[in-house]
Design a protein around this ligand. Sequence first.
Ligand code: GP9
Length: 420
Amino acid sequence: SDEELAKLKGNEFVPYTEHERFGIAKDRHLFVIQVESLQNFAINQSIGGQELTPNLNELLGDSLYFDRMFQQIGAGNTSDAEWLLHMSLLPKGLDPTVNYLNGTPLPSLVNMLNEQDYYTTTYHADKLEYWNRKELYPSLGFDYAYSSDEIPDEDLIGLWPSDRTMFQFAEGEIREQAASGKKIYANLMTVTSHTPFEVREQDKYLELPEQYVDTYTGNYLQSIRYADEAVGEFIAFLKAEGIYEDSLIVINGDHSGLHGRPMTVNDTDLMGELLGHSYSLKDRFLLPFIIAAPGLFESEVNSNFGGQVDMMPTIMNLMGIEPQAPMVGHNMLQYENNLLAVRYYLPGGSYITGDHMYLGQNARYPERYYDFDTMERIEPDKETIEQKQKNALKILNHSDALLSNFLDEGEEEAETGEES
Ligand code: GP9
């Protein structure tokens, strides 16, 4: 139950609707821009006197910005991020969650918005077959999924049409949808800032210090700066069309970009130079979660600790939508404490509380225990670890059980033609 979940995470239960901001953004359009590989450190960060994300930084003026949201995807990477955002359930871990789906309708954010008469779409300049989105999107319930079938195959950067191409295509559709008087939910997923971070000369907005030029880290920074420019142009479109003032605009990163083998020791050192401290797991795994709501928020920063699983309840709460099914996440405005289990990208048994981070043992490393603020190694506290691990496991099992139930109920419904 929600009461038990709150307790497992270290919070005293508060009913979902009992928040003073419940429904403040009711009936606004919702745009969720999921930026490929965008990590939180990039926000408000400068290099050589130039901002990495000037457009997002400007948007913060109208925003509530959560600056401590932790990555929770499993092997399904971007598609798991879509899952977390739209279901508030944890990913399966070793397998992409989309592989468990067969199009059975699920109690998703999209379906809840459909019931509130929103026209719901998703945009991504790739094939629907990639990450089994052919099953994912019917399950989530989008009215229409725009893919590389419609988004023009032009202005390619790397494998895909550029973010600019995707946004410009979406603008045409959104203009028409807005003119029809419908409330809009559009999920726009960028892809240009995907590894290996290829940016054409004409799209390099940063003049990088010499040591960063043509390095993996430097290319990542250029790539993020390009994505920021493309997002900025889309925001300018919303303003020019008079849509901006009536909208809730969410910006989130799907997962980290700077990690693993492509990063050389030099790349890690360059990150240390940029941040002024050594590049840590926290720098890698914190993703930005920005909610712009012109007229409702003004440069607000919230440092409650959360995960990708908490985005959906936070957005729904502001929009005044009551949940129709249990969620694993919670409204990040409502609770200070959290307990996140991360499958696949951290060793089994790992968890993070926002106060400390425990990493279980794996083939390469023994168990590790960090102060989450300083990321300094601290003495393991066996009792706390055991208790938190037990609770984290309960949350993981609860999430898996919810998914099984949703899938069974959906299938029964399809067989009997009745809503359960
Ligand atoms: C592919 C795109 C990138 O369609 O979403 O996915 P990723 O490799 O980041 O999971």
